[in-house]
Write a protein that binds this ligand. Structure first.
Ligand code: NCD
Length: 304
């Protein structure tokens, strides 16, 4: 049984194949319209979501399959005290594949241990978010045509931002990638995320100032400060507006920069930037549906 809990569960070859399948889906969607007929995806969201849940559901519908699930823990038996293990054993009676988001780090690993169908981690606390990373990689491939040799700036809440953790893990496996990690001191990337960078001798620098590094970047990946992971509201209020990308700041950037954001945006990208052709974040949201279609096909072992 194949589960996707972190990017370590996919080889580089498999990531490249998923991207290639997504590109084929974009060109020939009709070919895939019946691919998952009579298959059911369960979306178990114990935490809020707009893009991840709805793109998973749209993906399954566009493959001809069906969807069941819940969008908040309060409407599931978790509210009555049911364990993740028991919920998963139950859902496996009804669904062929599960996408699960949970506020506790490691909950999808527990789920996978008890599952008889594939489990996909759709975000676990401040830990990992592998399908957002697949979305990001497809976006980079479509916008830039390559991963190799890019300077990638990651900016904002690098401590709690799970999308950043998974993206670093995946991109450092492609040659010539260099990271510029921009955050306040308190929101620096956790040391476990830097282990693959150190082991692979992947170049990276850490900085607190976005404007000074902006001219070097090929990709700027902005993130919101993750309010729900803070222990103290005062700390959140103090840090929430650490970085706000404005047209004035963008004047320092390369003409070919790609501005990405997993969304939701709070304040960190001025809405004036949405009109700039370098802003990719809504194209990125669309790409999330295509790559999740490819992932569902792979895990259900459906060939088209
Ligand atoms: C991200 C997440 O849930 O981690 N959103 C998403 O899935 N697109 C980013 C965030 O919530 O800030």
């Amino acid at each position: 049984m194949r589960h996707i809990i972190s990017m370590a569960d996919l080889t580089v070859t498999e990531i490249d194949e998923l991207i290639a399948t997504s590109q084929d889906i974009i060109i020939s969607p009709v070919k895939y319209r019946e691919a998952c007929r009579y298959k059911k995806l369960a979306t178990l969201f114990f935490e809020p979501s707009t893009r991840t849940r709805l793109s998973f559901e749209a993906a399954m519908y566009e493959l001809g399959g069906q969807v069941l699930g819940f969008s908040e823990a309060s409407s599931s038996s978790a509210a009555k005290g049911e364990s993740v293990a028991d919920t998963i054993r139950t859902v496996c009676c009804y669904a062929d594949i599960i996408a699960m988001r949970h506020p506790k780090e490691g909950a999808p690993t527990v789920a996978a241990t008890h599952a008889s169908v594939p489990v996909i981690n759709a975000g676990d606390g401040g830990h990992n978010h592998p399908t957002q990373t697949l979305t990001d990689l497809l976006t980079i491939k479509l916008e830039k045509g390559r991963f190799e040799g890019l300077t990638v700036g990651l900016c904002g809440d690098l401590k709690f931002g799970r999308t950043v953790h998974s993206l670093v893990h995946a991109m450092c496996r492609y040659p010539g990638v260099r990271f510029v990690l921009v955050s306040p001191e308190e929101l620096k990337v956790p040391s476990y995320v830097k282990i693959p960078l150190k082991e692979g001798s992947v170049p990276y620098e850490q900085n607190t100032d976005l404007v000074s590094v902006l001219p070097e970047l090929d990709i700027l990946y902005m993130t919101r400060v993750q309010r729900e992971r803070f222990f103290n509201e005062d700390d959140y209020v103090r840090l929430k507006d650490s970085y706000i990308l404005t047209p004035e700041k963008l004047a320092h950037a390369k003409a070919g920069l790609s501005i990405m954001h997993p969304l939701p945006r709070v304040n960190e990208i001025s809405t004036e930037i949405d009109q700039d052709p370098r802003a990719c974040y809504f194209r990125q949201a669309l790409n999330g549906k295509f790559i999740r279609m490819a992932l569902i096909l792979k895990l259900l072992e459906v060939s088209v």
